[in-house]
Write a protein that binds this ligand. Structure first.
Ligand code: FES
Length: 128
């Protein structure tokens, strides 16, 4: 008996419609993509999609403030601000996550799920 092809064992990609591709710079949209609620953000000409659920205590993460963060550097006492609008701050207790990776800014062990955003014929789709 032959083993199945590895790709045959993978579940098919899941795709949800996410509305028209008309978000203004810095704008967001929250879409229901059962079983998820997902925030779509348009920052610097790119779409980002993040699960709308904070891993701390379950707040709607994507209703939080978009901000930036201090960039790492090797010079004590110096600070450089960057990544403007690429950090989402949870509205309940201010945990911060990177929109591109889903990583918590202070812990490599904590993250939120991020999704791929596809733009097709003026419409957005989120893919897992
Ligand atoms: S619920 Fe998000 S930081 Fe607490």
């Amino acid at each position: 008996m032959n083993a199945p092809e590895p790709s045959a064992a993978l579940p098919p990609a899941r795709r949800w419609p996410a509305g028209p591709a008309d978000l203004a710079p810095g704008a967001r949209r929250i879409v229901e993509a059962s079983p998820f609620s997902i925030g779509i953000f348009y920052v610097d000409g790119r779409y980002h999609a993040v699960r709308n659920h904070c891993p701390h205590e379950g707040a709607e993460l994507c209703r939080g403030k978009l901000t930036g963060t201090n960039l790492p550097n090797d010079t004590p006492g110096t600070y450089e601000w960057g990544r403007d609008n690429l950090i989402i701050r949870c509205p309940w207790h201010q945990w911060e996550f990177d929109l591109e990776t889903g990583r918590h800014l202070a812990s490599d062990r904590c993250r939120v799920r991020v999704f791929r955003v596809i733009e097709e014929n003026g419409a957005l789709f989120v893919e897992a």
